[in-house]
Design a protein around this ligand. Structure first.
Ligand code: GLA
Length: 403
């Protein structure tokens, strides 16, 4: 080798990481060339394994949840996606194909997806934009297109894409790259972005994703926060001012439901479910559907509350009154109805009211008011509506102007 050639060869080796890095960057910043499929015109509804089972999952548990979703009335109420969260992965094959843990998923992911589809449900899976997932399993960094093709071949309908172990990666570019891979995969796959609201998702996430997390993780507690996992009240407060960001096919995601997991009372779970509906949140149950109390099922399948969450106008509700522990939340609905939640965070019951001015209804308007939990209806209500609200509870009503 001539001296000049040797210098060129050495320079090429030394420069390789820079060149490859540059290439990866250029690739990541490519624009999305296919439109986002309209898979979430109303907030997605389903179940996810993390809140109840964390890494302790296997195909038997997931099948049992799918059976319960189909048989319990949840499917009829609108729940659709069965999503396996972290820890289903084991390693990669020699050709890079992601492999499920053979001990926990001996029949393989495709068989599980087929089973879930046979119940008339949809199937979701989890990965991470980093080298490893939060649970230490292989992430999708560098394997985006291959993983998207694998998911499509398995029949995946929904991908939750997490943000652990991402180093200096740019979030917008990383999520855009996965969105591009999914859109090229030949299958419609909903993209659920999970970077915990750390990288200003309100500025970019609606383009690649159908929904994006706004905070760190929820925990099954009314008001006790612990590090990066947050109570129901903390997450609610963090989402109160984000109402302008969401709408059909692009939703704020205040994280999955804790209803039925045992850390709150049924009254508190009714508040959690009602306020998630006001936030137009994805309703992703996080309890063991194969073993739930009648009260839990009744909360999760309250059709009237679900209809608020799924309202086709898709306008997220707002907190219009905050008077210490007493709050009034309002959500405009298609056709001119309003959903209202009177929320009492205090330790004692309290009579609370909403007036027509807050609802932007002319003072003389008569309305029919339907309580969405007790189902009681009051007709010809004028000026304001008052009700006693239990401690830590809500009164949630649908107000229909009639004159
Ligand atoms: C992160 C996510 C959670 C869950 C875990 C899995 O914490 O925010 O929702 O997916 O990772 O490891």
């Amino acid at each position: 080798m001539k001296v000049k050639d040797a210098i060129v060869a050495i320079a090429a080796v030394l420069l390789m990481p820079v060149l490859l890095g540059g290439q990866a960057q250029a690739h990541e910043t490519l624009q999305l060339d296919a439109p986002k499929p309209p898979l979430a015109l109303t907030p997605p509804m389903g179940w996810n394994s993390w809140n109840k089972f964390a890494c302790n999952i296997d195909e038997g548990k997931i099948r049992a949840v799918a059976d319960a979703m189909a048989a319990s009335g949840m499917k009829e109420a609108g729940y659709q996606y069965v999503v396996i969260d972290d820890c289903w992965q084991k390693d990669r094959a020699a050709d890079g194909t992601i492999q499920a843990d053979p001990e926990r998923f001996p029949s393989g992911i495709k068989a599980l997806a087929d089973y879930i589809h046979s119940k008339g449900l949809k199937f979701g899976i989890y990965s991470d934009a980093g080298v490893k997932t939060c649970g230490g399993r292989p992430g999708s960094a560098g394997y985006e297109f291959q993983d998207a093709r694998t998911y499509a071949a398995w029949g995946v309908d929904y991908l939750k894409y997490d943000w652990c172990n991402t180093g200096t990666r740019n979030a917008e570019a990383a999520y855009t790259l996965m969105a591009k891979a999914l859109r090229q995969s030949g299958r419609d796959i909903l993209l659920s972005i999970c970077e915990w609201g750390d990288n200003k998702p309100r500025e970019w996430a609606a383009k690649p994703g159908h929904q994006w997390r706004t905070t760190g993780d929820i925990r099954d507690s009314w008001d006790k926060d612990e590090g990066y996992s947050h109570s129901f009240l903390w997450i609610l407060d963090s989402n109160a001012d984000l109402w302008m960001d969401s709408g059909p096919n692009h939703w704020n995601d205040p994280d999955m439901l804790e209803v039925g997991n045992g850390g709150m009372t049924d009254t508190e779970y009714r508040s959690h479910f009602s306020l998630w509906a006001m936030l137009a949140a994805p309703l992703i149950a996080g309890n063991d559907l194969s073993n739930m109390s009648p009260e839990t099922l009744a909360i999760l399948t309250n059709h009237d509350v679900i209809a608020i969450d799924q309202d086709p106008l898709g306008q997220q509700g707002r907190r219009l009154v905050k008077d210490g522990d007493f709050e009034v939340w309002v959500r405009p609905l298609k056709g001119g109805d309003r959903a209202v939640v009177l929320f009492n965070r205090s330790g004692a019951a309290k009579t609370m009211a909403v007036d027509w001015e807050t609802l932007q209804l002319p003072a003389g308007t008569k309305a029919s008011v339907r309580d969405l939990w007790s189902k009681a209806v009051k007709k010809n209500v004028k000026g304001s509506y008052a009700a006693e609200v239990p401690s830590h509870g809500v009164v949630m009503v649908r107000i229909t102007p009639t004159v």
